[in-house]
Design a protein around this ligand. Sequence first.
Ligand code: MLT
Length: 414
Amino acid sequence: MAKLNDNYLKLKAGYLFPEIGRRVQAFTDANPEVAGDIIRCGIGDVTEPLPAAARDAMKAAVDELGERSSFRGYGPEQGYDFLRTAIAEGDYRGRGIEVADDEIFVSDGSKCDTGNILDIFGPGNTIAITDPVYPVYVDTNVMAGNTGDADASGAYEGIHYMPCTAENGFVPAVPNEKVDLIYLCYPNNPTGATATREQLTNWVKYAQANGSIILYDAAYQAFVGDDSIPRSIYEIDGARECAIEFRSFSKNGGFTGVRCAFTVVPKTLLAETSTGEKMPLHPLWSRRQSTKFNSVSYPVQRAAEALYSEAGKAQISALIKHYMGNAKLLREACTALGLNVFGGENAPYVWAACPGSIDSWGMFDKMLAEAKVVITPGAGFGAAGEGFFRISAFNSRENVEEVCRRLETVVGSF
Ligand code: MLT
């Protein structure tokens, strides 16, 4: 009989967000009369319309595909040059950061890329992951066979967990031992924390000293309003020799449904073969994408390119301003209710300590049942997330104002 991948059997629960969806569905099935009142601040999914610049570019691209003379079939697997150049100029070189056009690999999402990147790393790497964490990093390592089984707390054997707590500002110190692959995400999902230049410099120095590679998820960089906070790992000297960066148009351009992102693999980034030879990873990722991926559709890449136009940039700024206005309201409401609150200042997530002694799934259930508000339980992001809950600021202003009012009834009951 054909063999399945046993590693999947090690996965503890369903993927977090479908699991939340399942629980919300069970609740609405049991209480259909309140289904319309539910406000979803769980998954960080955008709610505001797609920027006009992106829509116009997409429509024009569709029209091009409707003419024989301008029709296009398969595009380059790594992405069209027009978009790679727009990204390299707009996000990096225009800000004084060295990144070449052909170091940009266009994709359909950072979720996919942070999982797929494991294809180009060999077995036996030690993996360091923050806790709490975006669950994709953990689950994809389990699927790839890079871990043992999970213990009763849900921690997998073989992963080096780095607790992120209020005490360390949700940015872990570098480990005392050597690890090979390090996942960092700043501005952070789920805690909304940011890492300073000094903290990222320590990580880059650690990676250089230990031959490690940092997998840097910067999907939320556009929400940084404080200019002293790095938006890219490549703002740190030496990062081109030790880091891969993942970015997405999902949250800044409202592309969660449209799908477009990119990964930067510098040509100067080396890793070791099984025989100890140092080789660049760039050709491996390029080869991986050529074989397993056909990039993103032409209209979507034109839409992403349009986000770098003057109109596109202004429309992104308006979206960021809207969501960060929501984050401010949520932060203030939680603070006024006496909760210990983090994030929400340079990130679209507010991370709050649960009131009283309720645990984070208990808080999820209570918020759903009593306030009809979906939040994300901190424990869903890892053991160190227990005792916290996350509120996403991706919503309409009206809904966020209502969430603030409803929070008061639940938190006030403790
Ligand atoms: C989240 O809510 O953590 C994110 O929306 C998930 C994602 O971007 O895949």
